[in-house]
Design a protein around this ligand. Structure first.
Ligand SMILES: Nc1ncnc2c1ncn2[C@@H]1O[C@H](COP(=O)(O)OP(=O)(O)OP(=O)(O)O)[C@@H](O)[C@H]1O
Ligand SMILES: [Mg+2]
Length: 241
């Protein structure tokens, strides 16, 4: 049997006495789109930081294609196929849109012209090609989020982690990102998506994980999870369905 793309085994991350991620285990198969939901402070971003190597786990192990990657630095994991966007946009405002996207491309490419071509193709995908020469700080919030996605895609990731990439976007922009994710997924990219908008969660994820106080409270189909009494009590009661 081939190993799953990702296999988390009893992963925890403590900050002093706070268990930000507490004994979390789940697997991710190649080609899935998985949503991660949960209240503010549930540990969602911390979980992403553990996956991409910004943080080391306090205990537990993270296997990628069967190999323990828990001690690898972020750039090493990026080379293995991890791409991500950040909840607080990391795009550098004074750089042009193209230069920002090229930062991703330089992960695998050293020639400037080739990196620019790769970056341009990803800007095209997210609908930013015509803004390539502008300073990133001039983009709208939606534009900056799409730029984050383009930069992650320029790394040619096998697995993409999106941290609230739809937050603050209008409905058209949300639909554009959804269409893009579905298109990339159809071409083989796996997605883990932290998302508060439950309509979006229902629309595109076959599997949903619910985090609460660092623990995995539930997992299953969107319908299963969103009708689960413990999930409703912990989270959905506070949300608009
Ligand atoms: N570097 C850190 N040092 C100390 N505590 C931290 C650190 N990072 C996160 N925390 C704490 O860990 C808990 C989980 O935070 P995290 O950012 O993972 O939550 P989240 O689910 O992403 O929340 P949100 O929906 O608000 O983005 C919170 O209580 C947070 O204050
Ligand atoms: Mg977060």
């Amino acid at each position: 049997m081939t190993a799953p793309l990702l296999d988390l085994r009893s992963v925890s991350r403590h900050f002093g006495g706070l268990r930000a991620v507490d004994d979390v285990s789940f697997t991710v198969s190649d080609g899935e789109i998985i949503s991660i939901i949960g209240p503010n402070g549930a540990g969602k971003t911390t979980l992403f930081n553990l996956l991409t190597g910004q943080l080391a786990p306090t205990s537990g192990s993270i296997l990628y294609l069967g190999k323990d990657i828990g001690s690898l630095k972020p750039h090493h994991r990026a080379r293995l196929g991890f791409g991500r966007t950040f909840q607080i946009s990391q795009t550098m405002m004074s750089m042009t849109v193209l230069e920002n996207a090229m930062v991703g491309a330089f992960l695998h490419i050293s020639a400037v012209r080739e990196a620019a071509e790769k970056a341009e193709s990803k800007l095209e995908l997210v609908g930013l090609a015509e803004h390539a020469g502008r300073r990133s700080g001039e983009l709208t919030l939606g534009g900056r989020r799409r730029l984050e996605v383009a930069r992650a895609l320029a790394m040619e990731p096998r697995l993409v982690l999106l941290d609230e990439v739809m937050a603050g976007l209008n409905q058209t922009e949300v639909n554009d990102v959804l269409t893009l994710v579905e298109k990339l997924n159809a071409a083989g990219t796996t997605f883990l998506v932290i998302e508060h908008n439950l309509k979006v969660v229902r629309a595109f994820s076959k599997r949903v994980l619910v985090l609460n106080r660092g623990q995995l409270l539930a997992q299953g189909s969107a319908d299963q999870v969103l009708s689960d009494a413990t999930v409703i009590e912990a989270y959905i009661g506070k949300q608009q369905l």
